[in-house]
Design a binder for this molecule. Sequence first.
Ligand code: AMP
Length: 202
Amino acid sequence: MRHALRSLCVYCGSAAGHDPAFADAARLLGRLMAGQGLTLVYGGGHVGLMGIIADAVLAAGGEVTGVIPRALMDSEVGHERLTRLWVVADMHERKALMAEHADGFIALPGGIGTLEELFEAMTWLQLGYHAKPIGLLNVQGFYDPLLDFLDRQVRAGFLRHEHRALLMTETDPAALLQRLRGFVMPEGVSVFSRREARNLVP
Ligand code: AMP
């Protein structure tokens, strides 16, 4: 079954990175999302690529939902002009809410936090806790070494080829959105059956 995409969770750096191409890609993705009526769900900060994509969606007339742990809000990094900002107790609650309120996920360039969130979404997909599309925007080849490593995991027998193939990778934001819209979870790929998975979702 194909999911209708109404909202997308975007994981990205709390820094903007050195290459201006990273910020350009975040801006373009934000504009496209607003134009396609896709609500941005993200970590609620106004720093780095996070702030850049949120501002781009808002400037183009789109909606943004931020989910931020109280501790980060208190250190005054919460974005103050979002459509809605949910302040939660901790990172676990943040990630659960972001995942629950999004119909799909995209990772832009980022650091450790971005990787952790991307791989959590992938882990949940391969297990069958959700069946939402996951995309990686590979700006300027930033993620090439990571993609090589995933291939290495497949060759070494730690990652199933069908699970590796679940991560949709594009260099162009418009192409990535189109791939996400067309995503259908292949039969028999998740570790649990869908029925079992639903019973396991907390
Ligand atoms: P990183 O890729 O290490 O820069 O981390 C990005 C992720 O870390 C974000 O998606 C947030 O979950 C979290 N994060 C780090 N710094 C902040 C901040 N100043 N405001 C909000 N979230 C942050």
